[in-house]
Structures are given as C-alpha cells and as structure tokens.
Design a protein around this ligand. Structure first.
Ligand SMILES: Cc1ncc(COP(=O)(O)O)c(C=O)c1O
Length: 422
C-alpha cells in the first residue's frame, strides 16, 4: 500500500483520502416490484397473506428453526418471545449492559425486572461469567444479544441456562444468518428475535420475526401478535395484541432474503480483507478477533478495537474525528443501556410496575467496567453498507486509516491548537 506520509491530513486542510461513496442501503430488486404490484391489485394486504406465509417458511428454513412468525418490529418480538417462553411480571431477565435500549425496554414492558450485566471486552457481547454471577431465585431468562459483528458464546450461555433451568431468548436484530457451530443464531436458544427495521441486514422498513422450535412457544406468540387468535384460525382464549405486518412488507422480505446469502458472503470476505490489512498495518486500530466456533458471521457492523496505548496520546474521539475528516466514517457503539435517557423508570410513561420500585438495579448509578471502557475508550464500528463496497473502496478506507496512523503526532498537535480534548 502506498505510504501517505507526505500528504496532509484532511483535519489540517488536506484532501480527504476517501473519494468514493459508501454503497447505498437499503436495496431492492425487480422481483419485489412485480410482487408489490400484484399485491396492491389483489386487495389482500394483511392477515397472514400468501407472501407472509411463504416468507415465514423460507426464513425458518434459512435460520434452521421449526417455526417463524412475523411481527411489527424487533421490540415487540422480544416482548412476545419472553412471554412465549414463560416470563411473567416480577421475574428477572438478564440483559447485557451494552445493546440497543429496546432489548431492555421490551423486558420491562412485559413486567420483568431487568438485570444488566457486563460484556466481554473483545466481542462486546454479554459475558457468560457475569450472567452466572447475576443469577438469583427470581431469574427466569437471559437475552444474549449477538451484537454488531460478533456472536455471543452460545456454548457457555446454553450450558448456564441448562444448569439453572433458565430460558434463552436470542436478540438477533444485528445478525440475520450468523451461525454458531453451524446452528443459526435464533434457533439455538428457546426463541430468537429479529428486527427488519430499515438499517438492518434484512428489511421491510419496519418489522420483525420470532423463530422457535417449540410448538407451545409458537402458539403463544401467534396469539399475542394476532389479537388472541391461534394458528388454527380459532380464538385461543387468551390475551393478545395487533402486532401484524402487511403483505407489502412480506414482499420486501422475500426479495431481501433472496439476496441475503450472497450479501453475507461478500460482507464476510470484505471484513476478513480489512481485518488482515489492519493487522499487517499495525497502529491503534484492529478488527475484533473472531471466535473459531462462529461458522458464518453476519455483520450489522464490523466490530473494531482501538488501542489507546498505540495511539501516541490520541483519544478515540480524536482518532474518529481525524478519520471522519478523511471521509472514513467509523461509528461509536450504543451508549450503555443504564445511561440511556429512555431508562428513566420514574417517569409516568414508564411501565407501571417500575415507577417506584426500590428493588431494582439503580440504573442512574450503575457503571459496568467493560461497558464503560468499550464505549468511551476502545470500541468502534463500521456500518455494514461499507462491507458491500468494492476492493477499491475498501482500499480507500484503509488508506484513510493509514494516513491518520502515520500522522498521530499531528492529530494531537491539532487538538492542542483547537483546544479540543479538554
Ligand atoms: C440489538 C437490538 N435489539 C432490538 C432492536 C429493536 O428493533 P426494532 O427497531 O425493529 O424495534 C434493535 C433495533 O435497532 C436492536 O439493535
């Protein structure tokens, strides 16, 4: 790779290293347009139409689960999956301290008491040792979130669940198609929850799915999402909501699923290309190590590790700022769940059982060490759309990183000049 020592940092007024555009997301194909017109003309727009039924079959096959149900989004999927596996108000549910806030909110919304635990510093996924420590008499379920571009240690988690008779609801909002020892994420635990929101790897704008292998879980989730009706079309004599999707959404999902395998393969190849080049380059940035038990990795983002000890005094925000100026847009991880403004349980719009509850973890004072370090010092992510780029585009991203790495002293000096980093 060409050295760029002589070219000026974009942060200091030089030309940005990246001139090509990041590939667009979401994408669609001709088949969806054909189906969409047929659906519009058919007048069959909802209520488990032929496209939704077909997609559920296709997606269950893709994931390797017996059942699949489509729901309105990837938050109500977690609610219904938790209720489907038997979580009741007052039960404790163990959730990682780093995930999108919806994972925790979904558990709170079904009346469960959320217990946030620390993460593995390499994968950013829930730490099995922290799960084990958090188990009490009231614990009923664990929600491992396969976060960004790494899977949770499902061997350890399933082992803990078996020993303590706990249920496992996998949150797979980020990794449609990941596989652990050749078993699909979402088909390993008692239920899987997927989001099909616009930024996701498989999308219908909004939407979600629950996958499971147990008929009783399937029937409960069916009733919960379909106003109390069972899969046999008869009232199941139970409480329910309307969390249905439309046929238009199902059409987008069927089209997207046809491309997903190829896209996952391309993202994986490109992520490995970037990981190898970053390792060869040295410097403060590297890819998170991949667990050899992951037999297929899907990437909502690529998980990257910033090592401050290799950065010559430049902090993660300063490093990101210099890269952004080069038009290499790396992102930050989510804020810790406990620090999220939406976790204000004293607000009158929060779920009723928790407004005055004194027995919960105090989210306002909680600080989980690995979550804190990852969020503030070491974790960076690269959005999945970049991983669909050409090798020329990826090489431009690598050149931007190389350029910033070669000018760390200047990044630091510019900080002093701008009065930043105080
Ligand atoms: C890890 C995780 N879980 C759950 C959700 C909720 O999904 P939705 O936005 O479809 O409700 C998201 C959405 O971004 C997510 O990232």
């Amino acid at each position: 790779m060409k050295m760029l020592k002589h070219s000026a940092l974009a942060l200091g007024g030089g030309k940005p290293a990246v001139t090509m555009k990041c590939p667009a997301w979401p994408v669609s194909g001709r088949q969806e347009l054909i189906w969409m017109e047929q659906v519009v003309r058919s007048g069959k727009w909802s209520w488990l139409g032929p496209h939704e039924r077909a997609f559920c079959k296709e997606y269950a096959k893709f994931i390797g689960s017996k059942y699949c149900l489509c729901l309105a989004n990837g938050t109500v999927t977690i609610q219904c999956a938790l209720q489907g596996v038997g979580v009741k108000p007052g039960d404790e549910v163990i959730v990682p301290g780093l995930t999108f806030v919806a994972t925790a909110q979904a558990a709170l919304d079904v009346g469960a008491n959320v217990v946030l635990v620390d993460i593995d510093p390499e994968t950013l996924c829930i730490d099995p040792a922290a799960i084990e420590k958090a188990i009490t008499r009231k614990t009923k379920a664990i929600i491992p979130v396969h976060l960004y571009g790494c899977m949770c240690d499902m061997d350890a988690i399933m082992n803990i669940a078996r020993r303590h008779k706990l249920k496992v609801v996998e949150d797979v909002a980020h990794q449609h198609g990941s596989r652990w020892r050749n078993r699909g994420a979402g088909a390993i635990g008692d239920a899987g929850s997927f989001s099909f929101q616009q930024s996701k790897l498989l999308t219908s704008g909004e939407g979600g799915a629950v996958t499971c292998n147990d008929k009783a879980v399937y029937e409960t989730v069916h009733a919960l999402k379909h106003v109390g009706w069972g899969p046999d079309g008869k009232p199941a004599n139970r409480y329910g909501h309307n969390y249905r999707i439309t046929e238009m959404q199902a059409v987008l999902l069927r089209g997207g699923l046809r491309r997903l395998g190829r896209q996952t393969g391309l993202r994986d190849e490109n992520a490995q290309y970037l990981a190898e080049r970053l390792a060869a380059m040295g410097g403060p940035l590297r890819a998170a190590r991949r667990d050899p038990r992951v037999t297929r990795q899907a990437y909502y983002t690529m998980t990257l590790v910033f090592d401050p000890s290799q950065a010559g005094g430049v902090t993660k925000p300063e490093y990101m700022q210099a890269l952004r100026a080069e038009r290499c847009g790396l992102g930050n991880p989510y804020c810790p769940v406990y620090a999220s403004p939406q976790m204000n349980l004293y607000d009158v719009t929060s779920p009723v059982p928790f407004r005055d509850k004194k027995t919960m973890q105090n989210f306002r004072t909680l600080k989980l060490p690995n979550v804190e370090k990852a969020v503030h010092e070491t974790a960076l992510v690269l959005d999945h759309a970049h991983l669909l780029g050409t090798r020329r585009y990826l090489d431009q991203l690598l050149l931007a990183i190389r350029k910033v790495n070669d000018h760390l002293a200047q990044v630091k000096a510019l900080r002093k000049k701008r009065g930043a980093g105080k």
